[in-house]
Design a protein around this ligand. Structure first.
Ligand code: NAD
Length: 246
C-alpha cells in the first residue's frame, strides 16, 4: 500500500482519490486552498510516502519548492512550468529525493508518442510530405500551448531532418519549410486532443490521440506514485513507462 498526499483537490484530485484504492494506494492527506489544509507542511503531508500535485500552473513552482525543502517524494502532474524544469531538477537532486514529472500521465499518450516518433522517421525520407500539428482542449485549460504539445514538438524536431523550429503563435506570413506549425484551440468541453498531420499534394495521413476520460491521467499518476515510492532521482513519466515496459 502506497500512502498519498493530494495537492490540489479539483477535477484531477477527486479522480485520484476515487481511483486510489483500485491501485493499492491510500490518500492520507489533501491540501487545497479551499480546504482546512491549505499549506504544504510536514504536518499537512501527514507522513504520506508520495505527494501528487494537480493544482494550477500559477502555484506549481512554489509547491515544488516547498516539497523539495521537505525532501518529499512527489509526482507533479500540473503543467506550465517547463522553463523551470532544469533549475528544479538540480534542486531536487541536491535534496536526494524522488520526483516524477509529466505533461501527460496517460499510458495511451505515451504509446502514441512512440508511434509518432517512428512515423516522423519514416515520413522524413519522403520530401513530398510536410508536417503540421494542432491541439484542442476545453475552455477551462489555463495554459497554451499544452505541456503535451511542447513535448510532442520536441520529439518531432528531434526526429525530423527538415523541421528545426516550432511555431505555436499564429502566422501572419507563409510558414517556412524548416518550421513546424503547432496550433492550439480552446473552447467548450473538448477533451485533450493532439493531432499530427503528414500532408502531401496527393493525400493526408493524420495520427491523433483523444482523451476519453480523466481517469487515464489519474491511473498513470498513481502508477508513477507507486513506482517512485522509496526511490531517489528525477524522472519523467516516459522514464517510468520505459522501466515498466522492460
Ligand atoms: N499531467 C497530466 O497528465 C495532466 C492531466 C490533467 C490535468 N493536468 C493539469 O493539472 C492541473 C489541475 O487540473 P484539474 O483539472 O484538476 O484543475 P482544477 O481547476 O479542477 O483543480 C485545481 C485545484 O487546485 C487547487 N489549488 C489552487 N492553488 C493551489 C495550491 N497553492 N495548492 C494546492 N492546491 C491548489 C484549486 O483550489 C483546485 O481545487 C492543471 O494544470 C492541468 O493542466 C495535467
Amino acid at each position: 500500500m502506497t500512502t498519498i498526499s493530494l495537492i490540489g483537490y479539483g477535477k484531477m484530485g477527486k479522480m485520484l482519490q476515487q481511483l486510489s484504492s483500485q491501485r493499492d494506494c491510500e490518500v492520507v492527506s489533501i491540501i487545497d486552498p479551499a480546504l482546512p489544509s491549505t499549506e504544504i507542511t510536514r504536518e499537512s503531508l501527514n507522513q504520506a510516502q508520495v505527494a501528487i500535485d494537480f493544482s494550477h500552473p500559477s502555484v506549481v513552482v512554489q509547491n515544488i519548492e516547498h516539497l523539495i525543502e521537505l525532501s518529499q517524494t512527489c509526482v507533479i502532474g500540473t503543467t506550465g512550468w517547463n522553463s523551470e524544469l532544469p533549475r528544479l531538477r538540480d534542486l531536487a537532486l541536491k535534496h536526494d529525493m524522488g520526483l516524477v514529472y509529466g505533461a501527460n500521465f496517460s499510458l495511451g499518450l505515451s504509446l502514441f508518442s512512440r508511434v509518432l516518433k517512428s512515423a516522423v522517421q519514416i515520413f522524413d525520407r519522403f520530401e513530398d510530405y510536410d508536417l503540421l500539428a494542432w491541439e484542442k482542449h476545453h475552455n477551462q485549460k489555463a495554459d497554451s500551448p499544452s505541456g503535451t504539445a511542447i513535448e510532442l514538438a520536441r520529439l518531432i524536431l528531434a526526429n525530423s531532418s527538415r523541421k528545426s523550429e516550432v511555431v505555436y503563435d499564429k502566422l501572419d506570413r507563409k510558414v517556412q519549410a524548416h518550421e513546424l506549425h503547432f496550433a492550439s484551440m480552446r473552447g467548450g468541453y473538448i477533451p485533450g486532443t493532439h493531432v499530427l498531420s503528414f500532408d502531401s499534394e496527393a493525400d493526408t495521413i493524420e495520427l491523433s490521440h483523444t482523451v476519453r476520460s480523466r481517469s487515464t491521467f489519474a491511473l498513470g499518476a498513481l502508477a508513477a506514485a507507486r513506482w517512485i515510492a522509496g526511490k531517489k532521482g528525477v524522472f519523467s513519466f516516459e522514464d517510468v513507462i520505459g522501466d515498466l515496459l522492460c
